[in-house]
Design a protein around this ligand. Structure first.
Ligand code: HMG
Ligand code: MG
Length: 299
């Protein structure tokens, strides 16, 4: 399987920024990310406005997305209402999301895990009729901010159900960025006994700077799909203290230096992050971004 990178900055990144970003600036950001060669971009989410006001403009934003261009845009949808809004807005791919921890699921989507899965049934049914691809997220795959350590067997159970329902891939959300490679290895060892590696993706947050080490371990174990956000934007409003996603710059730098091509132009990617950094008015934290940006300024 070819390497796949899903840029989640416009969704996972911006959902956690306190500053409200205009729809026009979000569109320019997405455009710049596209121009850097990123093919898969999670552009927004269709959730309750009160839950994530930062992405309350999902409909307006989507109206100006160019779905004909090369990027595969996707949107996060927690229920049928969100799914229908996403499809009406032109998306051909959506992502449903639940977790391996009951407390996190309750805080995040006000459902038990089972209720969330039951709710997704109607999305999968409709998506099959509509020819829409559905990706699944399972959050808190290693640690939960409320329950602590999560048993890998719980992750396996939820992952298998979402795949059986029709998800083409499950993104394993290391939501609070506390995991180390040995824990990722233990989790993947169990999952890969029953699930092909091509069905799994790594979604690492970088709170303790462990994300790239976790990517390295996952790659060694056969995982070829990873989520990241430009400049390391992001976090999760329902996981206090969780910092941003693994930065796309860190991920691309890691792959290129390792001789693995991504099709992404790092300089253009840095320009996209710099654009958002200026709008946010705060420094982005990705080490690779900072190093590459200063090199570009110097040259
Ligand atoms: P609820 O209050 O239980 O929903 O919220 P409800 O069905 O009782 O409806 C309440 C109201 O919300 C109603 O409005 C609905 O119409 C409206 P009213 O009739 O009262 O005016 N509503 C909606 N509005 C717009 N779009 C919708 C929608 N659904 C209901 N889709 C709900 C349940 C799931 C909707 C809510 O809790 C929610 O939207 N949560 C979203 C939370 C979220 O987005 N979290 C961040 C993303 S997850 C994440 O970041 C983790 C990830 O990155 C992986 C990782 O790192 O681990 C993916
Ligand atoms: Mg996330």
């Amino acid at each position: 399987m070819d390497l796949k990178i899903t840029e989640v900055g416009p969704r996972d990144g911006l959902q956690n920024e306190s500053k409200q970003i205009s729809t026009a600036d979000k569109l320019s950001f997405i455009q710049k990310l596209s121009e850097s060669g990123i093919k898969n971009i999670e552009a927004t989410s269709f959730v309750k406005k009160e839950a994530i006001p930062q992405l309350g403009d999902a409909k307006e934003l989507s109206a100006s997305l160019d779905f004909q261009k090369n990027s595969n845009y996707s949107a996060l949808t927690p229920n049928l209402k969100g799914y229908e809004a996403a499809i009406a807005s032109g998306f051909k791919e959506v992502a449903v999301f639940t977790a391996a921890s009951e407390s996190f699921t309750k805080k995040n989507i006000n459902r038990t895990i089972l209720e969330s899965i039951e709710g997704f049934r109607e999305i999968f049914k409709q998506a099959q009729k509509d020819g829409i691809r559905v990706r699944g997220y399972v959050s808190t795959v290693i640690d939960c901010p409320y329950e602590g350590k999560i048993a890998p067997s719980k992750v396996l159970d939820v992952t298998k159900i979402l795949l059986d329902q029709g998800a083409y891939e499950i993104s394993l959300g290391e939501t609070i960025g506390t995991a180390v490679p040995s824990e990722v290895e233990a989790l993947l060892k169990l999952l890969l006994k029953e699930i092909p590696s091509a069905k799994l993706a790594g979604h690492f947050h970088d709170t303790y700077s462990m994300a790239i080490a976790n990517v390295h371990k996952s790659y060694e174990m056969g995982i070829r799909s990873f989520d990241s956000s430009a400049g390391g934007l992001g976090g999760c409003p329902y996981a206090k203290g969780a910092s941003g996603n693994l930065a796309t710059e860190d991920l691309v730098y890691y792959f290129h230096k390792s001789g693995i091509q991504t099709g992404i132009d790092l300089e253009k990617l840095v320009q996209a992050s710099k654009f958002m950094e200026e709008i946010l008015g705060r420094k982005l934290t990705s080490k690779a971004y900072i190093a590459l940006r200063s090199k570009m300024v110097a040259s």
